[in-house]
Design a protein around this ligand. Sequence first.
Ligand code: SAM
Length: 178
Amino acid sequence: MYKPREDSYLLSSALAVYLKDKDRRINILDMGSGSGIQAETCIKLRFKNVKAADIDEEAIKTLRKKKFKAIKSNLFSDIKEKFDLIIFNPPYLPEHKYDREKDTTGGKEGYETIVRFLKQAKKHLNKNGAILLLFSSFSKPSIIKREAKKLGYNIKLLAKKRIFFEKLYVCLLSVPIL
Ligand SMILES: C[S@@+](CC[C@H](N)C(=O)[O-])C[C@H]1O[C@@H](n2cnc3c(N)ncnc32)[C@H](O)[C@@H]1O
């Protein structure tokens, strides 16, 4: 199971800022929750309706031990509800011969899981709903942005951090209401 790292902490601090003025009753999903750090941030800020999802059985066991509402799901395969906020710190690195972990590898190029997620997430957002998504300069950000725009999302950069040769980005994605 993924132990929180720089990416987790960057997303968690951007999340706390984003949630500052939000209604404590909004419906939140922490996708790829792992240790549950993002869900925990929401609960510490007294948000009441927080659900965690992960593909990994060990993560689900850990999340349930921590008393989170956790569901085992491959992205949205086992999720029917809609949410006001979906948080995702995805596996975002390109495949590497020494690292094909599902915690970190987002596909051959790095962005594949993210694009699959964005395609599915649209159907799981309430009106005015938003996504907080983390990715890296190694995930081919221009392709992520292009695909997000094609899917009709507005995309806004909320936070970024440089770590040696890599940059991490946290973006807010929303679907404009017509
Ligand atoms: C980079 S870790 C992030 C963990 C935690 N949210 C954090 O911020 O530290 C990515 C997480 O996504 C999960 N994951 C990978 N592919 C997934 C999928 N297809 N559906 C759901 N979860 C997935 C992994 O098991 C892992 O827990």
